[in-house]
Write a protein that binds this ligand. Structure first.
Ligand code: TYD
Length: 134
């Protein structure tokens, strides 16, 4: 199965501008319990470098772009996130890294659960071991 799964949200925009709608359990494939956004990033300062044990996320660049590296321990793929209505699913147990943020980038993330540091795997070797033990 591909590591890259996109969710396309409807853009109800008209001559006034864009209007993009996200609805939990409809076009977003989980309950949205948390939303966070990342901005004022630096092109040469990557973020992420972790996997989650259970959390599901959907990440958009509603402005600008960044490169996302997705790694399930067996294969690694990279994609550019750059469309305000096209989000990348970040499933559990996928190591992910965000690189090359454009200076204007605003990343919006929907998450299936509240913040829980215990759900994070922040060490790559630990991530590999965790996957191998599955
Ligand atoms: P971190 O996970 O390091 O961000 P990224 O994965 O984008 O590099 O998060 C930075 C800090 O913010 C870290 O101390 C955890 C905290 N944090 C929260 O408290 N709540 C949240 O919803 C998120 C995403 C992070």
């Amino acid at each position: 199965m591909s590591l890259i799964e996109w969710v396309e949200l409807p853009n109800l925009g008209d001559h006034r501008g864009a209007l993009v709608v996200a609805e939990a359990n409809k076009n977003v494939p989980f309950d949205i319990k948390r939303v966070y956004y990342i901005l004022d990033s630096k092109p040469d300062v990557p973020r992420g470098f972790h996997a989650h044990q259970e959390l599901e996320q959907l990440a958009f660049c509603i402005k600008g772009s960044c490169k996302m590296i997705m790694d399930n321990g067996l294969e690694k793929q990279e994609v550019i996130i750059s469309e305000p209505n096209k989000g990348l699913i970040i499933p559990p147990l996928v190591w992910h890294e965000m690189h090359e943020f454009s200076e204007d980038c605003v990343m919006l993330v929907f998450a299936s659960d509240y913040y829980d540091e215990n759900d994070y795997i922040r060490n790559y070797e630990e991530f590999r071991n965790f996957r191998e033990a599955l």
